[in-house]
Design a binder for this molecule. Structure first.
Ligand SMILES: C[S@@+](CC[C@H](N)C(=O)[O-])C[C@H]1O[C@@H](n2cnc3c(N)ncnc32)[C@H](O)[C@@H]1O
Length: 217
């Protein structure tokens, strides 16, 4: 999720539950040791994912785009007691940080990690069964394939969340959208795909960089 530019963000953070000590150290470690730390969810976005998860109380969560595991840990906070989370990440150099912080968060036994390109992981068949909550936050080139897979794997009444669906405002820039390979065009196609999909009801929330929330009918 992209960051708020205005002071209300700070106000929101000051009036929300804190992220907690493990997540705070993970944030610091991410900024000290990774090359694109700005990909990290900020505390409010993390609390948003945690809250959604606590509302859904999922038995099974699927995430595309683990990065350093910040959102993974936030999402895991709402898991049902015997619940599990599967998370997919292309960069296996992040394994060390996953090892450290999934252990500190006490969720190692609840997590199945899948390292590789999300499309290859989908094709391999290693992700099995239905999910109650799916969070898409990997690359933006194959979002429709990921969304198609996600919808096919959601149980009825399950929830799909997709990040960055406003793409910094580019989705309403007609010149950018006219270029078929542009991010604006891809994300616009994704939003149309979700809106027109017969199996989901959706709302595109215009906060941060835009979040699609869709429920499988
Ligand atoms: C925006 S970051 C995810 C941030 C994370 N959800 C968080 O809140 O901290 C996107 C992640 O997707 C991963 N990624 C990019 N392309 C991918 C692909 N094709 N398959 C799997 N993961 C991919 C990147 O390596 C990166 O770690």
């Amino acid at each position: 999720m992209a960051h708020f530019e205005d002071a209300t963000h700070e106000y929101s953070e000051d009036h929300s539950s804190p992220e907690g000590e493990v997540l705070s150290r993970l944030r610091r470690d991410t900024w000290l040791t990774t090359t694109k730390p700005q990909m990290l969810s900020d505390p409010i976005q993390g609390r948003f994912l945690s809250t959604i998860s606590k509302m859904v109380r999922p038995n099974r969560i699927l995430e595309f785009g683990t990065f350093t595991g910040y959102a993974t840990i936030c999402l895991s906070e709402g898991l049902a007691p015997q619940g599990e989370i599967h998370t997919v990440e292309i960069n296996d150099e992040l394994e060390r940080i996953h090892d450290t912080y999934f252990k500190e968060a006490g969720i190692c036994e609840k997590i199945t990690r899948h390292y590789g390109h999300a499309l290859d992981i989908i094709k391999s068949g290693e992700i099995k069964g239905e999910f109650d909550l799916i969070w898409l936050d990997a690359d933006k080139e194959h979002q429709i394939e990921y969304a198609e897979f996600a919808i096919s794997r959601l149980r009825s009444g399950g929830w799909l969340l997709i990040d960055n669906v406003i793409w910094g405002g580019a989705v309403i820039d007609m010149k950018k959208r006219a270029k078929p390979e542009s991010g604006a065009s891809r994300i616009h196609q994704l939003n149309k795909y979700i809106q027109d999909h017969k199996d989901v009801e959706n709302v595109l929330i215009p906060v941060w960089d835009g979040v699609q929330i869709a429920m499988k009918i």
